[in-house]
Ligand binder design. Structure first.
Ligand SMILES: C[S@@+](CC[C@H](N)C(=O)[O-])C[C@H]1O[C@@H](n2cnc3c(N)ncnc32)[C@H](O)[C@@H]1O
Length: 200
């Protein structure tokens, strides 16, 4: 189906917004994003998981929704219009839209000098793409904070799965705490955990 037709069908309630995540993956994301106060999503598309994160974040929190949302021939993104509508269905916290790649967004003045406590990476799934997001965001995650990666497992051949296996899960700053189908969830270790593991 063409994007304009999908948009029209969404606008009158005939189509749901689209996502490649499963219901179980979204439940897993919601569990780990619950109560978080500085939430980031890299890769919004039509805002399905963005809304899931907004539904459970802290009421006084902020959600940075990052996507270049590449425009079509007419200079508008109908996916972005759907995302705006979907995310507005939840009223928790505050949403900051950053129209940029994950790497560019980390330099945005709204996030450049602050920590975050939840990052869902679901943008560019090539090796270079996820590598850029990892380099830009992993150091911004506060101790105890969470990163989740879609297409990081059960997706043979994907750069995102290879990078997760070869780099992310071997990084001593983080521990894998959960998986759900194509989703991997890691947590930044605290200073106490790091000291304890150095002593063993
Ligand atoms: C798989 S979709 C995201 C789906 C969304 N998380 C959901 O499940 O509801 C991937 C999105 O990533 C965006 N994207 C592509 N490259 C990106 C990058 N380098 N940084 C951030 N987003 C990117 C695309 O525009 C697309 O909207």
């Amino acid at each position: 189906m063409s994007v304009p037709l999908h948009y029209l069908r969404w606008a009158v309630g005939l189509d749901a917004a689209e996502t490649q995540t499963t219901a179980a993956e979204r439940t897993c994301l919601a569990k780990h994003a619950a109560g978080r106060r500085a939430v980031v999503e890299i890769g919004v598309f039509e805002g399905v998981t963005t809304r899931v994160l907004r539904d459970v974040m802290a009421d006084d929190g902020v959600l940075f929704a990052v996507d270049p949302l590449f425009t079509g021939r007419l200079g508008v993104s109908l996916h972005q219009r759907i995302a705006l509508g979907e995310v507005a269905k939840s009223r928790r916290g505050r949403v900051e839209w950053i129209r940029a790649t994950g790497r560019e967004a980390a330099r945005d003045p709204r996030v450049a000098n602050r920590d975050v406590d939840f990052v869902f990476v679901d943008g560019d799934h090539t090796w270079d793409g996820i590598s850029n997001d990892w380099e830009a965001w992993s150091g911004k995650v506060a101790p105890g904070g969470i990163m989740a990666f879609h297409d990081s497992r059960e997706t043979p051949g994907a750069g995102s799965q290879n990078f997760t296996e070869q780099v992310i899960t071997r990084d001593p700053r983080f521990t894998v705490i959960d998986t759900e189908f194509r989703l991997t969830v890691i947590q930044r270790v605290t200073a106490r955990q790091a000291t304890a593991s150095a002593g063993t």
